[in-house]
Design a protein around this ligand. Sequence first.
Ligand SMILES: [Zn+2]
Length: 288
Amino acid sequence: MPEAPFTPATAAIRLTHWLDAAAAAGLQRFPVDVEQLALYVGKELKWPDPIFQVVAADIPSFEGGLFHVEDQGWALLYNRKMTSEGRIRFTQAHELGHYLIHRLAQQEFQCSQADMVHWGPEMRSIEAEADDFASNLLMPMKQFRACTSASDIDFDVLSDASNKFGVSLTAAALRWIRSTEQSAVLILSRDGFMDWAISSDKARSNGAFYKTKGRVVELPSGSIAADESIAACRDGNQISLSTWFEHAHRDAVAREMKLVCENYGYTLTLLSLSNGDKAWAPRDWGDT
Ligand SMILES: [Zn+2]
């Protein structure tokens, strides 16, 4: 009987079991060696078209690709110009996700930026699925939680996680904001404007979110993020929540953390809110 097709979650779980077993036998568990795994996975699954090659290539217009080659299987390419090991690992894992989940639908995949922002329950494109798989494979929830369960999250905790799992700080921060039960908002900005802002489930249910898709949203004046004289505030400073969310109670206080990533020309901001603080505009209150 044919197996059910892989979903991002079932594919990551299958490979995570293999990697856990290999670690029990003495192999290093993290960071995941995606290159070795990619060359192994098709053979282990007894598929007729394994990945036969993982290679750095000069591919100016995209970061990663997966190409079917007649009679050989699949070639997994990644951009030679990428300098960050974390970006390379995530890109390779993203392409491995396409192989496991989407290879019957397409003969080739060219991925411009595995920027990880498409992943999450609200987007179900194949790019989002490949990112979702990569995130689950590289940062399994059990080990990720154990690494980030500090009561006060900050960029030092996330930086330690990014080192352990061999991913970018942004990938680790996204994993955290998507899975935490705390109320928090993660923002990536350039030149004073938000590229994107992602709220944890708790923050979203309290009305603390920004809509950035297709909009120009400026960083609020008075925020640490907007203050160009501050390059880093890794463990955070107290700030009035109403600086970020004008309808928040005027006594409500949040902790704002900031990191300027000069290599990539962007700033990461993490806002940590109290779970009870709400930011809805008055008319948005459900029962009034
Ligand atoms: Zn892709």
